[in-house]
Design a binder for this molecule. Structure first.
Ligand SMILES: *[C@@H]1O[C@H](CO)[C@@H](O)[C@H](O)[C@H]1NC(C)=O
Ligand SMILES: *[C@@H]1O[C@H](CO)[C@@H](O)[C@H](O)[C@H]1NC(C)=O
Length: 436
């Protein structure tokens, strides 16, 4: 097992080492670590507390971390203490199923890697018992692997991404991992509402599992060939030593590459993440600097470093709002546009639960706005506004509709979220609300 040195860490975790010799199998390099003791002193993402484990490969280290007392995740951390930058969590084993104090993380004599609560209940395991596993190591890429006596990989963390794809890791439609799912919130690491899914047709971003808000194939970037899509970081020129820029990109055999970002330094230590707010971002770690080693080098929805305007992100204005130049400029209401605040929410509607008994539904109109619904769903052509409205009224899931007055195009919306200001004033949105 490769272990990273810990010159800057006070490891106060109690470590219980079991050694077992099995006569029938190759000797397994077993271990058991108990989740107890002091927390580490450095700043990590999500304001988490952590207990580092002596398993890693610089700049990656395994750890137990928690953002809520008593709810721990076994995870992989990225960063070093040298640059005084935040450590980021790039993988976790027991997503959405936290363990408590005194939980144990063990490589058992049968080769199974197991995370168990203090009461010995297994919470997570790799299912690798009796498959010839002899040890665990973390590769320089951040891939945690279980290997056999011939150094073949029996299990790898790269096949089980959470919200993050490290350089060298891929999505594989045919046999590998097919998606990333965002984290629910800063304090809640369970599955959130956004997903990046690799499926026939290509890479697509979904909200709530069915509402597309970005589609790499619609945007003509990556078409589907059935081959895995790999995240890679390569120097721009063949001669590494003279490269002045690196490309962080998606690559797919036979399909070429799609460059996400081109930092002007060695960007090998980058990762792609589907962030809590649904944005797809790249963070790049450059250890040689003394300060702020992390840079957000790409964000899909960003006026500065993205492919799409910041206002196209469904959650840009939190639950509801009108967005212009990456700023939330108004909160729509039946009496017109009001000032925006974080408390701006879409109006109550009858919905499928028939809320607001005795009240009738009406619509108010916002001129010169649209959202992702008209970009990624087909809608209906040559429909009168009244017909579009009637359809929305009949549909209990419809909270409003997008309408293009010149073309008579109609889209019913189950979600409005952030409405982007557009130059074309005939692009309008009608918002359903309960009239008193
Ligand atoms: C964890 O185990 C230690 C003994 O090793 C015990 O003193 C402590 O109370 C336990 N903590 C919890 C929260 O169960
Ligand atoms: C770029 O960084 C990686 C990771 O730190 C390192 O392994 C590699 O040697 C670096 N390349 C060059 C040309 O310095």
């Amino acid at each position: 097992m490769s272990q990273s040195p810990h010159p800057f860490h006070l490891i106060s975790l109690s470590i219980l080492l079991l050694s077992t010799i099995s006569s029938s199998q190759a000797k397994v390099d077993t271990f058991t670590y108990v989740n107890q003791g002091e927390f580490g002193p450095y700043v990590t993402e999500y304001g988490a507390d952590y207990r580092i484990l002596p398993i890693g490969n610089v700049p990656f280290e395994m750890a137990f971390y928690n953002t809520t007392p008593g709810a721990f995740y076994l995870a992989l951390r990225m960063g070093t203490t040298r640059s005084e930058s935040v450590f980021r969590w790039v993988w976790e084993a027991n997503r959405g199923r936290p363990v408590g104090e005194n939980a144990t993380f063990s490589l058992l004599p049968d080769g199974n890697l197991v995370l168990a609560d203090a009461d010995h209940r297994n919470v997570w395991s790799t299912g690798t018992a009796n498959k010839g596993v002899v040890g665990l190591k973390v590769l320089p890429t951040g891939n945690i692997i279980l290997y056999d006596s011939k150094d073949r990989t029996i299990w790898q963390s790269f096949d089980h991404p959470t919200d993050t794809l490290l350089v060298g890791q891929s999505l594989d439609y045919n046999k590998g991992p097919k998606k990333l799912v965002s984290r629910r919130s800063v304090t809640d690491g369970s599955y959130g509402i956004y997903s990046l899914v690799f499926r026939p047709g290509g890479l697509i971003l979904f909200m709530n599992g069915y509402l597309p808000y970005y589609d790499y194939s619609v945007n003509g970037i990556l078409s589907f060939s059935g081959n895995p899509i790999l995240l890679e970081a390569e120097p721009e020129t063949d001669e590494d030593a003279f490269a002045f820029a690196y490309e962080v990109r998606f690559a797919s055999a036979g399909q070429g590459t799609t460059i996400l970002t081109r930092p002007k330094y060695n960007a090998t230590l980058s990762f792609l993440r589907l962030d809590i707010d649904g944005n797809l971002v790249v963070y790049t770690y450059y250890d040689p600097v003394d300060y702020r080693a992390w840079e957000k080098t790409f964000a899909l929805f960003s006026d500065q470093i993205g492919l799409l305007p910041g206002c196209a992100l469904p959650s840009k204005c939190s639950k509801f709002g009108v967005c212009q130049d990456e700023m939330c400029v108004a909160c729509p209401s039946p009496v017109g546009l009001l000032g925006w605040s974080n408390g701006c929410v879409p109006p109550q509607v009858k919905g499928c639960n028939n809320n607001g008994k005795g009240q009738t539904e009406d619509y108010y109109k916002i001129v010169g706005v649209e959202n992702f619904v008209s970009t990624y769903t087909k809608g209906e052509g040559k429909v009168k506004m009244e017909e579009c409205r009637r359809k929305c009224t009949m549909d209990c899931k419809c909270v409003g509709f997008l309408y293009r007055e010149k073309e008579g195009k109609c889209w019913l919306a189950n979600f409005l979220g952030t409405l982007s200001k557009v130059d074309e004033s005939s692009h309008v949105v009608y918002v359903k609300y309960l009239k008193n």
